[in-house]
Write a protein that binds this ligand. Structure first.
Ligand code: NAI
Length: 692
């Protein structure tokens, strides 16, 4: 009932307060007001002697999942949660944590006198993942309850814990299946304890604080909120509670209106909005129980492993016996890694491999009649077409058939396939069992039902699925290509690989583009350029540096011991040979080199991503700008806290982006152009976000 999101009822000598704000009891303004009214009712009942305790719980499967996301972009509305919690603080309240207690939900529980949690409940203060800090006492009360070391790590990482861990940390007093019954029967002595606010300040712990700072600096590089959260937890040991609470509130309000919080909220909502588009949501996805994976190399093995992880029986088809041996080894290595990480035990891993997999080889072996087939053979059109001819002839006409190609024309791959409506691209990212992103490629004849089934599969795999149309590189690799062309131009005009990488890593990219190429190998992109014959393509400014790296210097990346950098182990060092090659190429092209500051490098690289993104939208390759952002954040190391290139374009201002692109187009018309869609949006005064 959304009009009455907090209801109260008498249970013996207790007042049972239930937060009922479906689906997950977020703390909306109405919930806060309801809690305030319930606190007043409880206070009156305690004074009159009608009740002796209060039990606070959530209806449905959640206790309270956090703040109301719909209020994120609005000014804070009264009553504010911190004030509501001060009213609960002096009452004998037991939190009966029936399900998730996150953010504001856990802060409510921390203001209670005691806490009982269901075994399945998850608790945590994940605010930093949205670019803010807890805003209703979390940074001050959690350390008072569990000590500074545990609190600072939980809060700065935004980590969630299950009930059992919450119990061992001291966040909850008990774990029970029937939390309301347990709370009603809880030992009154626990209710007679002083409130968290009356307990002594936690002891300072400089080691724990500096560990948390180092961890946040590396794992959440560039983000402000984790460091500010650590400041606040540290202060809990040093300043009176009221001061700590006031600082926390101010920090929360400051961060909430900042760029990083806006970007992180954008990605959060984009993730929520991903998945099957509305027109597909009504269709029932095909039930998939068996799969054929063609090619058991890097991608195929990891795809097979991921499919087996969601219960499919998987057959891996390879060329010959030796290749089957390698495929088996690849799959076994993934299981061994899972055992090492404690995700499964050795026995189950063995059993799963023995019972859940089959391996086939040979050109004439009959194919099993599977529900799903995914092709992951060499990136070669002729090889793939031969595979598809075989799949078309050997599999039922109902089998969902997908290619994992990175760049090839999916329509050309499957030209000969009978029933092309069940065919599509499923572009996984390496490592396929880890990376969250899946590009779902709509081929010319792909049916809605096939797409719906792909989205259903993605959901089961725990992937963020983004639909893309057919073009060279789909969404992600197409933007990547443009981005790399642009940084190559920067090299030609005066930058060095190390300067480009440093600038983009400072900007927040997980790795600079040249370090990434060294990791994946320069030969792959080289072959791709050859295949497309880019060098002789009219209308593009072809930069030959990367070709000369392969042809002249034979530097293929880390696997050859040297690429854009020299390597000692994994430590990279700029290479004088590479810089000399870059300078020579500039001289050959008659380009006078100049200095590029880090900011200009990053801005140009972003403008390239944005420009390509506008074209991708205009061509209908992506459905909406936020899908492009998800692809870049989840597949290409784009900093989540910058929201993705399209979000960033809105934040920079579309007119400014257009002016920058127009200026670049004047200097270098072969490489730059103002996208028509951008021009239109600027003229109409609309933001990209209006297309989401
Ligand atoms: P890989 O070279 O590791 O594996 C290819 C496997 O296919 C080999 O084991 C080979 O024996 C097998 N194979 C070749 N022809 C076959 C045939 N006719 N029948 C059965 N098996 C055959 O290659 P990788 O990296 O796994 O790539 C496979 C596909 O995935 C390519 O299309 C690639 O573009 C795409 N892809 C690769 C990504 C990556 O990061 N490596 C990312 C996303 C897509």
């Amino acid at each position: 009932m959304t009009d009455q999101p907090v209801r109260t009822e008498r249970r013996g000598d207790a007042l049972l307060v239930t937060i009922d704000n479906p689906p997950v009891n977020v703390v909306s303004q109405a919930v806060r007001a309801g809690l305030l009214a319930a606190a007043a009712e409880a206070r009156a009942g305690l004074v009159s002697g009608a009740i002796r305790r209060v039990v606070l719980t959530g209806a449905g499967r959640a206790f309270v999942a956090g703040a109301d996301a719909r209020e994120f972009d609005l000014p804070p509305m009264e009553p504010h949660l911190p004030d509501v919690l001060l009213q609960l603080m002096d009452l004998p309240v037991v939190a009966a944590i029936n399900g998730v207690a996150l953010g504001g939900g856990l802060e409510i529980a921390l203001a209670c006198r005691a806490r009982v949690a269901h075994p399945s409940a998850q608790l945590g203060l994940p605010e930093v993942t949205l670019g803010v800090v807890p805003g209703a006492g979390g940074t001050q009360r959690l350390p008072r309850l569990v000590g500074l070391a545990a609190a600072v790590s939980l809060i700065s990482e935004g980590r969630l814990v299950r009930a059992a861990e919450a119990l061992s940390l001291g966040i909850v007093d008990g774990v029970e299946d029937d939390v309301v019954a347990a709370a009603l029967a809880l030992d009154p002595a626990l209710l007679a304890r002083p409130a968290v606010d009356a307990s002594p300040a936690p002891a300072a712990d400089a080691d724990a604080v500096s560990r948390a700072r180092a961890q946040a600096a590396s794992r959440m590089r560039g983000q402000i909120a984790p460091q500010r959260a650590i400041d606040l937890v540290e202060a809990a040991a040093a300043v009176p509670l009221a001061d700590g609470l006031a600082r926390e509130r101010q920090t929360f309000l400051d961060l909430r209106k900042g760029e990083q919080a806006a970007a992180l909220r954008h990605v959060f909502f984009a993730e929520r909005g991903a998945g099957a588009p509305k027109d597909l949501a009504a269709l029932t996805p095909a039930a998939l129980k068996t799969a054929l994976v063609v090619g058991g190399g890097t991608m195929g093995a990891a795809i097979a492993y991921a499919l087996s992880g969601i219960g499919l029986h998987v057959t891996v088809l390879e060329n010959d016996e030796a290749a089957v041996g390698r495929a088996r080894t690849n799959v076994a290595a993934l299981f061994a890694d899972a055992v090492k990480r404690g995700k499964t035990d050795a026995d189950s891993a063995q059993r799963k491999q023995a019972e859940g997999f089959a391996f086939l080889h040979g050109p004439d072996t009959p194919l099993p009649p599977v529900d799903l087939a995914i092709e992951a053979v060499f990136e070669d059109l002729a090889v793939k077409r031969a595979v598809f001819a075989r799949l078309g002839a050997g599999l039922p006409a109902t089998t969902l058939i997908a290619t994992n190609t990175s760049y090839l024309d999916v329509d050309a791959i499957a030209e000969t396939l009978p029933e092309p409506s069940r065919f599509l691209g499923l572009h996984f990212f390496a490592p396929a069992h880890v990376m969250k992103l899946l590009e779902v490629i709509r081929a010319r004849r792909t049916s809605s039902h096939t797409l719906a089934s792909a989205f259903g599969l993605a959901r089961k795999l725990g992937k963020i699925a983004v639909e893309a149309g057919v073009c060279d590189g789909f969404i992600g690799n197409r933007i990547l290509t443009r981005y790399r062309q642009t940084t190559d131009i920067l090299l030609l005009e005066g930058a060095t690989p190390a300067a480009v990488d440093t600038a983009l890593e400072q900007f927040g990219m997980a790795m600079g583009p040249y370090a990434v190429q060294d990791l994946s190998g320069l030969d792959i992109a080289y072959a791709n350029r050859k295949r497309k014959n880019l060098k002789d393509k009219p209308g593009i400014r072809y930069i030959a540096i990367a070709d000369r790296m392969v042809e002249d210097l034979k530097r293929l990346g880390r696997k050859s011991g040297a690429g854009w950098y020299d390597y000692e182990g994994t430590a990279r060092r700029p290479s004088a040979d590479v810089v000399a090659l870059v300078e020579r190429t500039s001289a050959d092209a008659g380009v006078t080199r100049r200095v590029f500051e880090a900011e200009e490098i990053a801005r140009r690289a972003m403008l390239a991503m944005m420009a390509e993104g506008f074209d991708i939208l205009a061509e209908g390759i992506a459905r909406k700008p936020s899908d492009i952002d998800l692809v870049m954040v989840h597949g290409y190391g784009f900093p989540r806290w910058r929201g993705g290139p399209m979000h960033l374009a809105d934040r920079w201002g579309l007119a400014a982006v257009r002016d920058d692109l127009a200026r670049l187009a004047k200097e270098d018309p072969l490489s730059w152009r103002v996208p028509a869609l951008l021009d239109e949006l600027v003229k109409s005064g609309a933001k990209l976000a209006s297309l989401n």
